[in-house]
Unconditional design. Sequence first.
Length: 441
Amino acid sequence: MLAQRIEALREQGIHTVMATFTDLHGVPKGKLVPLDALPDAVATGAGFAGPSIWGTGLPRMGARGEYHGRVVPESLRPLPWLPGVAHAVCDGFAGGQPLDTCSRQMLRRQLVRLRERGWTFHVGIEPEFFLLRRGADGRWGVADGEDRLGKPSYDLKAMVRNHGFLDDMRRHLGALGFELQQMDHEDATGQYEINYRFDEALAAADRYQLFKLTAHAVAQQHGQVFSCMPKPLAGAPGSGLHFHLSLTDADGKPVMADAGGPMGLSATGLRFAAGLLEHGDALAALCAPTVNSYKRLAVSESASGTTWSPVWKAAGDNNRTCLVRTVAGRIEWRLPDPSCNVYAALAATLAAGLDGIDRELPAPEAVDADLYQRHAAGETLPPRLPRDLHEALAALRSDAILRDDLGEAFCEQFLALKRAEWDAYAQQVSDWELARYADGF
């Protein structure tokens, strides 16, 4: 079978495989492997120095000092933007065993729990992103200098100006098997969203990583930078990476949906939602994992008049001011942003939802009000998410259930790297601080 796949690739002019894995920060990494060496990359794995990769926790010597990325053969597909090269996804191994700090392996482990119940986890991922450019002064700004509207959502003029990027994305994603649904200008200047069809969870995560690789390459070809920074512009909305979640049983029937149930959910769906809210603080660390993430997750107005930031731990039917929004029998999980490791974020999301089901957590009460209006009026609000990365990391440290489900090895690596990130940030002095305090006392 593999020999036939190799021959088919060769007939398409492929001579090299880009064997990719994802580091703890969610960044695609890898190496180029000659097509003739693919059998070994499938059986043993492409070799990498383990300590050179963020978050593996591997030693500098011994049998487990080498990270092996084993190519998943069914993931092979020619890259339309890199002639002669095919892309492949890898699973992380060390010492011949699945690596417990590999985020893709972590998601696999959670999906095994579902298969034992006869369920399948479907995920639709909504990528929002900015197109940026660094100016001659070294400062970052929106790549399209004409994109200046106060309320730029769905701005067709900007889409025409950036049609080259968008159309190249359409062509390349189509060639890669994405079923595109729509493209639009989002609510901030320089911000776009590209939607495509949902998939089984592991395939959806793989597809999103391929989306990022493609977007980085296409943006560079157009003199722009594809940015997954959640909040690059002050006074404007940030980028989310919303997950649309659903479960089906062995017969393909919905497990979480019930048209006659509260918020369109079954009892199982309501317990899944309750698990997300129960573990929301700890999930913030994995779904919103950067210092900048919490600039997006803030109670603030924006130049366009809204922010869509899911600040409060609540659920509502088609209520975008809630952390959990239900729509058409699905759960839209609004916490993740594009700086997350998508495998880790999905694994944690699933683990939290299953905990809600297994412990039969009480169904969340549906919120049918605009929580931002309640906040402005000084009314009582649901509990809010952590205000910064430090608070979110503390929540993950103290969430024994989630850490046990995800695996202590990954959580320890994640917490160590993210604590260092917070400490580095805490030592910086910003322009805002200088402007406010330098001569203020």
